[in-house]
Design a protein around this ligand. Structure first.
Ligand SMILES: NC(=O)c1ccc[n+]([C@@H]2O[C@H](COP(=O)([O-])OP(=O)(O)OC[C@H]3O[C@@H](n4cnc5c(N)ncnc54)[C@H](O)[C@@H]3O)[C@@H](O)[C@H]2O)c1
Ligand SMILES: [Zn+2]
Length: 257
């Protein structure tokens, strides 16, 4: 596809000249690892809307039901591996002097691919949190046991109910993630990859970066709201486009054109 080739070349050219690069990723980056996106068709849970499961109200109503969904996702992610898209981004985190990766994903596949300093905007599937917010417990703690020994789990400190350590619809993002995002929009190149761009505040970051002078691009096989806001749209899957951009970047570095 000629348009796609041109887009890859343009993206590589911009990256070749950049020292600061920020990347925002969404569920599409993990699709090739077999992890269902929220708005995808497949999966046992596809008949439920995420807005009906991933909320404090849903959890208050039926914690076992909501935990069943998270347990299923934990199992899926534990069996998955990072794909080519995660791997290219991990190498870029070492290539660019100022590289920031913000993710909406809660699967930690970027970390498993070897990307350091990942900013998790929406928490992690591998963290737990006391629902009662008891003063004895830490804000969040890790538990990578699959399956969990007790469902729903109980707080080791107060024996109360435990919730997943993720950010639900209607909840605020962690303060440190918001600060990191505010820094990340001050960059030469800003890329949004595999995100539908409908969940705020993450969805607004590309436009904010652009308003501050960044050159912006989106990679998504189904270009949506963000494509219209970006300087460039690469209409392809992340696991295909990123290795191509990387190869092109190597050619640029070697003086190719
Ligand atoms: N892997 C995960 O951790 C995971 C999975 C599902 C949902 N979520 C949650 O979904 C919410 C935000 O939605 P979102 O925008 O991240 O996901 P989303 O499901 O709304 O959108 C996914 C986007 O990825 C695109 N896509 C599909 N396959 C792709 C591929 N191979 N390469 C590139 N793009 C591809 C789709 O066209 C779509 O625009 C977040 O709150 C996030 O926590 C996370
Ligand atoms: Zn507690």
């Amino acid at each position: 596809m000629e348009g796609m080739e041109e887009a890859v070349r343009e993206l590589a050219r911009r990256l070749a000249g950049a020292s600061s690069v920020s990347v925002l990723t969404g569920a599409g980056v993990s699709a090739a690892s077999g992890i269902a996106t929220f708005r995808g068709e497949d999966g046992t849970w596809s008949r439920f809307r995420p807005e009906d499961l991933a909320t404090p109200e849903a959890f208050a109503r039926d914690p076992s039901f909501v935990w069943g969904w998270y347990e299923d996702r934990r199992r899926q992610v534990a069996a998955a591996r990072p794909n080519a898209a995660h791997e290219v981004l991990a190498r870029w985190s070492r290539r660019f002097p100022h590289f920031r990766l913000l993710t909406q994903n809660v699967d930690e596949l970027h970390e498993r691919a070897g990307t350091g300093g990942v900013v998790r905007l929406h928490g992690s599937l591998w963290e737990l949190q006391c629902w009662e917010a008891c003063p004895q417990s830490p804000l969040r703690w890790r538990d990578e046991t699959v399956p969990l020994t007790e469902l729903p789990p109980s707080c080791p400190w107060c024996r109360g109910l435990v919730r997943p350590g993720v950010v639900w619809f209607g909840e605020a993002l962690p303060e440190e993630a918001l600060l990191a995002a505010a820094e990340a929009v001050q960059t030469e190149v800003f890329l949004a990859i595999g995100t539908s761009g409908v969940v705020q505040p993450a969805a607004g970051l590309l436009a904010e970066a652009r308003a501050r002078g960044a050159w912006t691009a989106e990679i998504n096989p189904e270009p949506g709201a963000l494509a219209a806001a970006a300087d460039l749209s690469v209409p392809a899957a992340a696991e295909d486009a990123l290795p191509e951009v990387e190869a092109r970047l190597a050619a640029e570095g070697a003086g190719g054109c």
